[in-house]
Design a protein. Structure first.
Length: 151
C-alpha cells in the first residue's frame, strides 16, 4: 500500500484560499450599516440612492436591503467606488450584477477581485502606474463588464 503525497500543493490563483478575505464579501443589513455609520437606516438608503453605496435587494423582500461590508473598510477608494456605481446606474445595470463583478477575480488584475483593487491591492505590473492611470485601468474594466452584461 502506498501513502499518498501529503505535502501541500503550492497555491495558485485558481485555488488559493480566499477565506482570509471573507469579511470583505459579507453583507450587512440596513440597520447594521446604519450602526457602523452612526446614522439611521433611512440615511444609509438615501446615500445609496445618491450613488455612494451599493445595496442589494430582492423583489420578494423589498424592505430587506443588504449592503456589502467592504464599503466600510477604511482603505476603500471611495471616489473610485462612486465612479463605478455611477457607471452602472447610467447604464441601468442591476446592482446585483455589479456585486457579482466586484467579487469575481479578474485576469487583468492578476487574479485579484475588483474589491481587493478598490482596497488598495495592486498587481506587480501596476507598480509604475500613477493613481490616475490605475483608476483609468480599473474603470476600463468596469466599462468592459457593463458592455458584456448589457448584451
Amino acid at each position: 500500500m502506498t501513502v499518498p503525497d501529503l505535502e501541500p500543493r503550492p497555491p495558485t490563483i485558481g485555488n488559493e484560499d480566499r477565506g482570509r478575505f471573507a469579511h470583505l464579501y459579507g453583507v450587512l443589513t440596513a440597520q447594521e450599516m446604519a450602526d457602523h455609520l452612526k446614522c439611521s437606516p433611512e440615511a444609509v438608503y438615501e446615500r445609496a440612492v445618491a450613488g455612494e453605496f451599493i445595496f442589494l435587494s430582492s423583489p420578494a423582500r423589498v424592505d430587506d436591503r443588504r449592503y456589502p461590508a467592504f464599503q466600510l473598510n477604511e482603505r476603500l477608494d471611495n471616489s473610485l467606488l462612486r465612479q463605478t456605481i455611477q457607471k452602472y446606474l447610467e447604464a441601468d445595470v442591476n446592482s446585483t450584477l455589479l456585486w457579482s463583478f466586484l467579487r469575481s477575480p479578474q485576469k487583468i488584475y492578476a487574479g485579484l477581485t475588483p474589491i481587493e483593487m478598490l482596497l488598495g491591492g495592486m498587481p506587480p505590473e501596476y507598480d509604475t502606474l500613477t493613481p490616475e492611470e490605475r483608476s483609468d485601468v480599473f474603470l476600463d474594466v468596469v466599462d468592459e463588464e457593463i458592455s458584456r452584461v448589457r448584451w
